[in-house]
Design a protein around this ligand. Structure first.
Ligand SMILES: [Zn+2]
Length: 142
């Protein structure tokens, strides 16, 4: 199923961990609608600007999120969040541009990926960086 110009449902639900451990990872209809919004409003504009991004973790069923030790109530379980990496583009610099010009609910610069979430009607525009001392507000250059 195509979700947006650049993404298929498979891109947002595939999980090696889920496959390996036989964990079901299928979003319901409401979650698919949220994934469409996330892709259309959040991810497609990022692709247009930075080139194709690689999703490392998208939708997670409650069971998968638990197994991966994700945060309780993680937006990944609602179809609102995605982790991705950019090939050939510095993540800190990319986050600076995303913060300034793109649409998101929460943007987190993680050591090895970027976490971004999108909500259709109430985006908080919260920006965090995970450092050695935990999460801090704003973008911190690694
Ligand atoms: Zn994440």
């Amino acid at each position: 199923m195509k979700l947006s110009k650049y993404f298929y449902l498979d891109d947002l639900t595939k999980s090696n961990y889920a496959d390996k451990h036989d964990i079901e990872n299928i979003p319901d209809n409401e979650e698919v609608v949220k994934l469409k919004d996330l892709c259309f409003y959040g991810l497609d504009p990022i692709c247009e600007h930075f080139g194709k991004l690689i999703v490392t973790s998208g939708y997670r069923s409650i069971e998968l999120n638990k197994a991966l030790k994700g945060a309780k109530n993680s937006q990944h379980t609602k179809g609102e969040a995605v982790d991705f990496v950019l090939k050939n583009y510095d993540h800190y610099k990319a986050c600076k541009i995303i913060e300034a010009s793109f649409c998101f609910d929460q943007l987190i610069l993680e050591p090895n990926w970027i976490h971004i979430s999108f909500k259709f009607d109430e985006n908080r525009r919260e920006v965090l960086t995970r450092t050695n001392n935990g999460y801090v507000k704003g973008l911190v250059k690694p």
